[in-house]
Design a protein around this ligand. Structure first.
Ligand SMILES: Cc1cc2nc3c(=O)[nH]c(=O)nc-3n(C[C@H](O)[C@H](O)[C@H](O)COP(=O)(O)O)c2cc1C
Length: 546
């Protein structure tokens, strides 16, 4: 079924492909004088400082990914502080010469951080006696209280949600990414929303809490709940999603938030005015059109319930602290072209990307997996170098086989665990090819492996509507964050790759129509550190000075 919105989004996707002889339209250079401020602030809104909680040794990295392993922490100031600290806070400052910039726990394309986070909560001990809506300010690690509202309104809002629920809202400021990347930026904003969904889900899991995307809501309803209004002077924030975070033992399957309960938020006394991030802006109308076309109407719950592929994850006892990994996560800037990993480590990394019973963070997404991997394996001990495919939803094996080149081998590599549906397609050295496909970037060929995330495309867009376009990228971003953390925990380093040649990658796999599209790339290997950069702590005497 085609609609004007679907036409818009299909056109957006085609127009923003990079081709071997032509990149998608961008600004053609960086206007440093107008570089967007990475920190949105709501001036005039009361500030509630959150606690700084240094990463300890517990919980262990592996146990966080498995539902039911950790006791639910109480809903109090400490757990809200920890939730934001481990998901959307700063992780370090970097300095080169006289220039300093901050890094964050959640990754972002170009370190531009289009994603803003919000908290909607009832009364929370040590934080507020009143229900409230707050914007999270990462540089201050504080909440800006945008509005308070009556307890009856909170009760009506959370009537169908477990006791102890808090709500986390995410928005995107497209201009932050468009400043550097032009028309392709809308895709990157969606990747980053996905990274943030995974970051919040895993930080919550470390607190014994489960996270669910409340996806019956309309995009407009989320905007009303978060108090987003059209300010003349400040860059708009596009509502993305609302996440319910609640104790793990209350894992209801269907959670909902009635649209009628949102009405009182239209007339709350909103406090604070957003800052302007740049003095001047370049308009990218195709991004505005893509945003409008992919706004979601209110819908019933998905008929497409996730079908777990794997059994519950086995939990190893590796003494790796979850929070240490989360705070040390970085993108590699260059890879050494030498470091390899073992077959067992490779399977362990892939296993963490496969959804299954109680496997975080995929439990947050209320649809069946849509993303599969096309992998270029370079340096995995015991695995032939070559082209591989990881299927993340068993039901897609035959459709993918028939959509890809018929000469592919589809052979299961030795010792591959049953719940990892990995297939060897071709054997051979894929280093040059992978580098060429990822915009000639050496990081794609100098690692242990790199991959393209192949999303089911036409069928889910036709089934649900143009709004599902954003969700395909969210799923890719969720996977990106898992891969980032797995790389760190395996003693190597990864990075998301947004710059790749779309159709040449489709050509490698033999994908010739719109059934599947390549939505994100990733690589990991032995990092080469840049010795010119100094690392400084995220918080300390840096606050307020930079
Ligand atoms: C969606 C996405 C796309 C990215 N694309 C590229 C890329 O094409 N090439 C590259 O070298 N780095 C790429 N990066 C790495 C970012 O530039 C890096 O994440 C950013 O500078 C933030 O640093 P951090 O991840 O260490 O916090 C990408 C990251 C993300 C999240």
């Amino acid at each position: 079924m085609t609609t004007p919105e679907l036409d818009h989004v299909l056109t957006y996707h085609e127009v923003t492909k990079h081709h071997l002889n032509r990149y998608a339209r961008g600004p053609g250079g960086l206007d440093w004088a107008n570089q967007p401020d990475p920190f949105r602030r709501y001036g005039g809104a009361p500030l509630i400082k959150l606690d700084h909680l240094p990463p300890g040794e517990r919980p262990l990295f592996e146990e966080v990914f498995v539902e039911g392993r950790l006791p639910a922490s109480p809903s109090d100031r400490a757990s809200v502080s920890q939730l934001f600290y481990d998901s959307l806070a700063l992780s370090a400052w970097k300095q080169a010469g006289g220039v300093r910039w901050s890094l964050r726990v959640n990754p972002s394309s170009g370190n531009l951080h289009p994603t803003e986070g919000y908290l909607i909560c009832g009364p929370i001990e040590g934080l507020s006696d009143q229900p409230m809506v707050c914007h999270y300010a990462p540089k201050a690690h504080a909440l800006e209280r945008r509005a308070e509202f009556p307890l009856e309104v909170w009760r009506a809002l959370t009537d169908h949600l477990p006791d102890g629920t808090i709500l986390i809202g995410l928005t995107s400021i497209h201009w932050r990414e468009a400043w550097k990347y032009g028309e392709r930026a809308f895709r990157y904003c969606q990747h980053d929303a996905g990274h943030a969904i995974a970051a919040v889900t895993l930080a919550a899991a470390a607190l014994g809490r489960r996270t669910t995307l409340l996806d019956d809501l309309s995009t407009d309803a989320i905007g009303i709940l978060l108090g987003l209004a059209g300010w003349q002077e400040a860059e708009p924030e596009e509502p993305e999603c609302l996440l319910a975070v609640y104790p793990q033992h209350d894992s209801c399957t269907v959670l909902s938030l009635p649209e009628a309960a949102i009405e009182p938020f239209r007339s709350l006394a909103w406090q604070g005015r957003p800052n302007a991030l740049s003095r001047e802006h370049v308009d990218w109308p195709i991004i505005d059109q893509a945003a409008v076309a992919t706004r979601k109407p209110a819908t019933e719950a998905y008929g497409d319930t996730p079908t777990p592929t794997g059994p519950p994850l086995p939990v190893g006892s590796a003494p790796i602290s979850f929070r240490m990994i989360v705070h040390q996560r970085r993108s590699c800037l260059a890879l050494d072209g030498k470091t390899g990993i073992t077959r067992a480590a490779f399977y362990q990394i892939l296993r963490k990307t496969v959804p299954g019973s109680g496997r975080f963070p995929f439990t947050a997404l209320p649809w069946s997996p849509k993303i599969h991997f096309g992998l270029f394996v370079h340096r995995v001990d015991g695995i032939d170098p070559g082209l591989y495919c990881l299927i993340r939803d068993r039901a897609q094996l035959d459709p993918l086989k028939s959509a890809m080149k018929q000469e592919f081998a589809w052979e299961i590599p030795a010792d591959c665990p049953n719940d990892v549906m990995l297939y060897r397609l071709l054997t051979g050295d894929a280093q040059e090819l992978s580098q060429q496909i990822s915009c000639h970037q050496e990081i794609a060929s100098d690692g242990c492996f790199s991959l393209g995330m192949i999303g089911e495309y036409e069928a889910p867009l036709s089934r649900y509507g143009a709004w599902f376009y954003r969700r395909l990228f969210w799923e890719a971003g969720v996977l990106g964050q898992v891969l980032y953390l797995e790389a760190e925990a395996s003693g190597i380093r990864g990075t998301g790759i947004g710059c790749y040649f779309d159709d040449p990658m489709h050509g490698v796999l033999g994908l010739s129509d719109r059934r599947y599209q390549d939505l994100y790339h990733f690589t990991m290997g032995g990092p080469i550190e840049d010795a010119r950069l100094t690392t400084l702590p995220a918080y300390g005497d840096m606050q307020g000075r930079v």
